[in-house]
Design a protein around this ligand. Sequence first.
Ligand SMILES: C[S@@+](CC[C@H](N)C(=O)[O-])C[C@H]1O[C@@H](n2cnc3c(N)ncnc32)[C@H](O)[C@@H]1O
Length: 252
Amino acid sequence: MVANKQEHAKSLFDHRSLCYDGLEWVRDDEGLRAFADLAKPKATDVHLDLATGTGAVAERLAPRVCIVVGLDLSFGMLRSSSARLGPRVQAAAEQLPFSEDTFDLTTCRNGLHHFYSPDVGLSEIRRVTKMTGRIVISESLVPDGPIRHLWRSIMEIKDTGRHPDMYFTAEEFTNYLERHGLPVRSVRLFSRPFSLANWLENGCVDLERRTMILALLNRLTERQKRDLRMSTRDGDIWLLRRTATALTGCAV
Ligand SMILES: C[S@@+](CC[C@H](N)C(=O)[O-])C[C@H]1O[C@@H](n2cnc3c(N)ncnc32)[C@H](O)[C@@H]1O
């Protein structure tokens, strides 16, 4: 069962690695700057970027830390990351190949909801991060209120491997981290409009799933469109991407 889920995530992201960097948010300067501000990298930091993907976060923080290790399940994603980065490790977040208390800074942007066991992933993060270390985790959010169920339906079609328990509002995300022994010191909320065409194209969403998503969006009432912050511009649909980034750690 675990092996199946792992294989699914691996092949999904091996495939997605071909166009992943084309997603607007991945290299978005403002988003990366906000993430780095919260992480407060130091020149002495031994840094782990978990579920590093094509390495956008690792690349941003690399000049400001001592060393950054990028870890990901997908070889395709790692292969697309810059060779200038430090060591890259192919492994599962649920079974980190590191000793306890290794890292001063552990980051994970938009990875947790893809893990086959986010709970185990978090306990591994705690294990390998020093007691004095900082942990920065970012997750995309569902909108609050009645529209949340519709958003979830869209995400279930789009992200086939997403963990069923990982659909949070900002408050639920904070509570989730705290329940897992990670006291949250600070949270940054970030929202940004994104183009549906860019999202579907670079998310490797096939025609059948695109059609399902468009059918859902086309059925919305004007009120639902407002709640979703949906608009139409230049022949494309725009939606709002919401994320929360939390600074946590055992003794931050
Ligand atoms: C949405 S991408 C985020 C990549 C990167 N952190 C970023 O912000 O651009 C999610 C990443 O999680 C990785 N992933 C999924 N399940 C994983 C697991 N169990 N262990 C480690 N990485 C995993 C995927 O291969 C993918 O690269």
